[in-house]
Design a protein around this ligand. Structure first.
Ligand SMILES: O=C(O)c1ccccc1NCC(=O)[C@H](O)[C@H](O)COP(=O)(O)O
Length: 225
């Protein structure tokens, strides 16, 4: 069986590019839909591995298909055991993991040192304390700033993005939380310190875990043209 470090040698996780915002489409669970969305050329696809989510994908995804995809594959976990994360990362050929619970900076460091790049997600409510992130920054490839809400993720509504004007760390981040096609024009113009791209999920769906490929295509076209 390959080690995580060996599989990371061909890691597809994109590097931030000041001239082009990255797009992650998160929460896919059906192989046909994965193929259709991957063909549209997003920078990252996200797969949810927390059983409480309606987008839980471990039982429906095709591991051989995922391992063959030329797009960065991000597994999303919530307070999961490191051994389970490593096993699923190898099985599905994940390029990175997104930790979407209360994981510590030490847990991020351990996974990153094992060859699994980490995206650490934080829920943003009415305030944003950037100093809370200081210990995480050296160990994370990206942060994900998502709207704090009743569910761990996929809540479908936005937070006040201007809170991120206070961001002053070197780690790039993806903006998440209720982003949809109606935001594309605004997102295209959005200037925030550290902003590397956008994470789309429930606002591009026909049903939980099933993306509307026409909406994905529209968002990609409007953000990139
Ligand atoms: O999408 C889920 O069901 C989910 C459940 C538990 C943890 C994380 C989850 N999603 C992770 C994401 O990165 C979403 O894209 C992010 O929460 C934004 O979702 P949305 O508000 O629906 O745009």
């Amino acid at each position: 069986m390959p080690t995580i470090a060996a599989s990371a040698q061909r890691n597809l996780l994109p590097v931030p590019n000041a001239g082009r915002r990255l797009v992650k489409v998160c929460g896919l669970k059906y192989p046909d839909n994965v193929a259709a969305v991957a063909a549209l050329g997003p920078d990252m696809l996200g797969f949810i591995f927390t059983p409480k989510s309606p987008r839980y994908a471990a039982d429906t995804l095709d591991a051989a298909q995922l391992r063959g995809l030329r797009v960065a594959k991000v597994g999303v976990f919530v307070n999961e055991k490191p051994a389970v994360i490593r096993r699923l990362a190898l099985h599905f050929g994940l390029d990175a993991v997104q930790l979407h619970g209360q994981e510590s900076a030490a847990e991020c460091a351990t996974l990153a040192a094992a060859g699994l790049p980490v995206l650490k997600a934080f829920g943003v409510g009415e305030t944003f304390d950037v100093r809370r992130l200081d210990d995480y920054a050296p160990h994370c490839s990206f942060f994900v700033f998502d709207t704090a809400g009743p569910a761990a993720g996929g809540n479908g509504f936005a937070f006040d993005w201007s809170l991120l004007q206070a961001y002053d760390l070197p780690t790039p981040y993806l903006l998440a939380g209720g982003l949809g096609p109606e935001h594309a024009a605004e997102l295209r113009q959005l200037q925030l310190p550290g902003l590397a791209g956008f994470d789309f999920n429930s606002r591009l769906e026909l049903a939980p875990g099933l993306k509307d490929d026409a909406l994905v295509q529209r968002v990609l076209r409007e953000l990139r043209n």
